[in-house]
Every structure is written in C-alpha cells, then in structure tokens.
Design a protein around this ligand. Structure first.
Ligand SMILES: [Zn+2]
Length: 262
C-alpha cells in the first residue's frame, strides 16, 4: 500500500469502516511511514476534539409534529404537504451541498499537492534504482569533496555543497549528473555499510517543510536548505537516514566552505 492509498483510508479507518485486511495493511504502512503516521495522528486529534467539545442537542420527539402543526396554522388553505420532509430537508440539502463543494475544492487542492509530490517520489525511486542497476552510479568516483564538488562546475548552474561524512559513518563515494522533475540535478553518492545513499540536489522553487516518507521499500527524506532542495533516498533503515541527514546538517553548519581549485 503506498502513501496515497493510505491517506485515502485513514479517514474510513478512524470511522471504523475498514475491514480487517485493509486495517492491517494500513497499520503496517503507518508503522514505517512517518508522514502518513503524522497525518493519521492529526486526523485522530481533530476527531477527538470534535467528539469531546462539539455541542450535541437532541430534539424532543414531538418537535417535528409541533412544527408541522405550526406550518398548517400559518397556511390554513394550503393542501397538506404530501412530503413534509422536503421543507425540513431543503436548508439541510443546501448546507450539505455547500460543504460538499468546499470539501471537493479542498480535496482537489490536497490531491494535486499529493500527486505532484508522489510523482516526484516515484521519479526519485526510479532514479535511485536506475543508478544501482545500470552501472551508472558514479560519473566522478572520489571520496575527496575537493574533487567531487568542482566536477559539477559547468554541468549544472548551481553548486551543491559536498562533504565527506566518513567520520559519521557515511563515506562519500562520488557524484554524477541525473535528471529529475524535468531538470538536471546533482546526485551525491554516499555509502553506509552495504547501503547506497543517493542525495539528489537541485535549486528549490519554494521553501518546503522537511518530510520523510517511505515508497516501495525505500526511505526518502526531503528538505530545502539555503535555496537548494535535497532529496535523499536509500534502502537503509529510516533511523539511519535520519542520522545521515543530521550529519549532513551538522557538517554544513560547522564547516567553512572549502576553497576549491577552479
Ligand atoms: Zn506513507
């Protein structure tokens, strides 16, 4: 089950509408997908807040009869309405239609956001797999950041920061050019034990919140930093990628940018 399918099932799950198999699948996904777990938590919180604090009023049983009687007094010559419920339901129907339209608009906005971010996630997974399969992991093979960084000069119009993170357990292997979301991107390659970590870097369009998610057995971490979007993918455990991201940030923050020979 992928993130999009999961998100669609979180609401029904909270309303107790899922069958056992679907709930189990959803549970399995949420356990290893931080992003979906957060969505589930937020919905659960909203649901609890509404249940706990929204006022409920029970109409007395004879309330309907009283209103019908009052209406007959108001319009004595009108024939008794054959379907009195229509009168009561019309304002409700209008309200429901308004809610439906608002809901659809929100849903469409969320959907287009989700599908664009899912398309990107799919592309990132494909690029990662391609790099491992086609013997095209590295265009420049070096653990020296002063070799890898200048290699990108003239090939892309931005300069990704390159750091060897061997001290933190993530030696730099090199880099290559790749293609994502319609433009050339820098791919920095690190290794952690047997796991390859691909870092795709490209100029950010907008500042994006950091997200971690799972897709097809891979963990993805995405964030923007000083105008560049970083998308990190590996089949290493989510905790390992978190550690890697921390090492990346720690090095970027404390190291003075190295002068590279041009
Ligand atoms: Zn997910």
């Amino acid at each position: 089950m992928n993130c999009m399918q999961t998100r669609e099932l979180i609401g029904p799950q909270l309303d107790g509408e899922l069958d056992l198999m679907a709930s189990l699948e959803l549970k399995r996904h949420v356990e290893c997908c931080l992003a979906c777990a957060q969505v589930q938590e937020r919905l659960q919180a909203v649901r609890s807040a509404v249940t706990a604090s929204a006022p409920y009023y029970q109409a007395p049983e004879q309330f309907g009869d009283q209103i019908r009687a009052a209406l007959r007094r108001e319009i004595p010559h009108a024939p008794a309405p054959r379907r009195p419920w229509r009168t009561f339901l019309r304002p409700l129907a209008v309200a429901a239609a308004v809610l439906l339209v608002a809901g659809l608009a929100l849903d469409m906005a969320l959907h287009s956001y989700r599908s664009s971010s899912h398309t990107l996630a799919r592309e990132v997974v494909a690029a990662h797999v391609r790099s491992l399969m086609a013997d095209h992991l590295l265009d420049v093979r070096s653990s020296n950041q002063h070799t890898v960084k200048p290699w990108f000069n003239g090939k892309i119009d931005f300069a990704p920061e390159v750091r060897d993170l061997a001290d933190a357990g993530f030696p730099l292997e090199g880099g290559r050019l790749d293609y994502l979301d319609g433009h050339a991107v820098a791919a920095l390659v690190y290794r952690h034990n047997l796991h390859v970590i691909n870092c795709f870097v490209w100029p950010a369009r907008d500042a994006e919140p950091a997200v971690a998610s799972g897709a097809q057995g891979y963990t993805l971490v995405r964030f923007t930093d000083r105008g560049l979007t970083w998308c990190i993918i590996s089949d290493a455990a989510p905790a390992t990628l978190e550690e890697f991201t921390r090492a990346l940030h720690a090095n970027a923050a404390t190291t003075v940018p190295a002068k590279t020979p041009n």
